[in-house]
Design a binder for this molecule. Sequence first.
Ligand SMILES: [Zn+2]
Ligand SMILES: [Zn+2]
Ligand SMILES: [Zn+2]
Ligand SMILES: [Zn+2]
Ligand SMILES: [Zn+2]
Length: 270
Amino acid sequence: MSLQKQEQAEKKYDPRDKTLKFVDRGDDLDPVSSDFSSLRAEMSCGHAVTPDSLTHWCRSQLDEGNYKFRCPAVIEGTTQCNKLWSYQEVRRLADLTAEEIKYFEETMARLAAAEYSEVQQCPQCKTCVERKDLSNLCVKCIICTTKQKTYNFCWQCQRQWKGPGPRSDRCGNDGCINKDLKLLQTCESISLPEVTGVTSCPSVRACPVCGMKVEHNRQFCKNIRCPRCHVEFCFVCLKRKSKCCKTSSPYQICPSGVAPRQTSIPVWKK
Ligand SMILES: [Zn+2]
Ligand SMILES: [Zn+2]
Ligand SMILES: [Zn+2]
Ligand SMILES: [Zn+2]
Ligand SMILES: [Zn+2]
């Protein structure tokens, strides 16, 4: 499943490739065995990479939730080049395999979608409004707000804001509910057959880091990896895996027991 686990031959540029601009042929180029493994090519910013170094860097960026790739080369002291690389040049110069392309493009699309979801239309004037404070559902539309009157709408139910704000759960309008929160509260309970002592645990949890809804497939240990932020956490006590594993094994219930159903959804602080 994981690409990292696959044995992959080291990637190399083809030195005859006229579309690439090579920096040098490396010190350890062996003309006898034609080892061009250290052949480096220039990115658009002028800094040189190898297919492996570029793949590795961009993958680490995706793991951290960044889908825009910037050159990490140090130019002076601690100042980085920081120039934006296009995905096209990354794909080309990292010599991404078909499987890597699939992984990169899916991850980038997912990260971009998560970012853009924080923009939606004002229910009254239909202009796009960006929500900056992700923990507040009460959002002001600056177009609809006049000198006399502030216009706030509810991010969740798309109606004019009612009641006191800021609030993260709902506004005062009838029927304004957070469907995800409701699911966390009402989902069925499951057991984790392979984890000793876990007989009743909510089947859906919100990732403690980014808030994404996650389910446990009831197989293997209690830890799971969030598909969005990639943090590993314990489905039972909701602590990070690194913290939980200090006090119990992955196949045993945690000393603090099964964490209660969540009453709020964590906001991802990127
Ligand atoms: Zn650069
Ligand atoms: Zn408006
Ligand atoms: Zn509402
Ligand atoms: Zn997460
Ligand atoms: Zn735990």
